[in-house]
Ligand binder design. Sequence first.
Ligand code: EPZ
Length: 419
Amino acid sequence: MDQYQIRGGRPLSGRVEIHGAKNSVLPMLASTLLHHGVSVLHNCPRLSDVDASLAILRHLGCRVNREGDVVTVDAATVGRWDIPDALMREMRSSVLFLGAILARTGRADVSMPGGCELGPRPIDLHLAALQRLGASMEQQGGRLICTRGDQLHGAEIDLSLPSVGATENAMLAAVGASGRTVIRNAAREPEIVDLARFLRGMGARVCGEGSSTLVVEGKVPLHDSDYRVMGDRIVAATYLSAVAAAGGEAELTGVDPSQFASVVALLRQGGAEVRCRPDSVWIRSTPPLSGVGCIRTAPYPGFPTDAQPVVMAALCRSRGTTVFVETMFENRYRHVDELCRMGANIRAEGRVAVVTGVDRLHGAPVQAHDLRGGGALCVAALGAEGETAVTGLNHIRRGYASLVEDLSALGADIREVNE
Ligand code: EPZ
């Protein structure tokens, strides 16, 4: 079984360029269907979720080419509107294609996305938004069949939750709807802002991104475009947490730290020194951190749920206690048992996890059960004495394009062993 072998206990030092943001590029790839032409994405990370999205685009009839971090999609001829079950299951975020397929072809035939490692992942808000825009849909044998996509019209959409995915699906369908669409209680995440900029780059008329109210003027002519994806703020949060766990200093470039200001604030509160520039962040830390009281995850600009596992890993070795409250997903503490195998003292009960700092962690064989939980195990391993073997790399490869290369550049003793 493939594994990362990590020998911890030594401080990190160096500089790393952060790769493009997974949660930006996935909706952007779906958006390429909206234009009967060519879209070029720069800084597109090499991730299994990106590969799955490219496979879906090819299945639908697009010509897709990848050279390094540049992906070119030619959506001139799209002849299908279905996503096969196997492709839907490969990536939960395939649901992001629903609005774009519907707007492009007038219909869609996808399997209902199951839950994932984080718990049930409902899409009721996605479907309600598309119905507001005029789509009709029915479920048949685990498939979702949507029609009337050729008659989408502008609407007022009020999201009961600022869902990132539902906001994105509504935005993409609204680009293909005739008239004005207003989306209220929209997600404000930086990835939504990045997506809006990408859509404007292809000629779409979208405004309000970053606020809770988005306005889209649909059915405007679109054109070929060329766009650079923003840096991945969660990968940056992971590497900051790695330095906080192991000690040392590092500079991360190609990322805007204002997009994860809540993570920076907590690491500073824990005793790390962090300096921010518009497109880079520098950290210096001498373990152990201090406990930081209570961390509640919340929609942006609150503390990001995706950073919860990696910051928890950094706080395993700390003076004092930190209480985590995970408000976004039901089952996002699957890394806790694995961290405890390394000597961490964590009690998780429902949505709450109490981390009582310990003086030291020791290496152990541990398994990733989800993407960011896998990142957390690598963070903890860098601050642990001895060797840790991390398995479950299939999860980690979904969102970290160059973990071994990047951490090695920071001086970590990490290697991938393929058995
Ligand atoms: C996006 O997931 C991200 N994924 C997640 O990152 C991230 O954790 C999440 O947003 C929150 O920031 C991508 O962008 C591909 P939501 P998404 O809809 O869109 C509930 C990672 O590690 N909800 O904002 O699925 C839902 O159950 C991943 O990169 C409904 O009830 O998140 C959750 O409790 C993990 N009905 C809450 O809203 C719906 O129709 C927030 O989910 C949709 C969501």
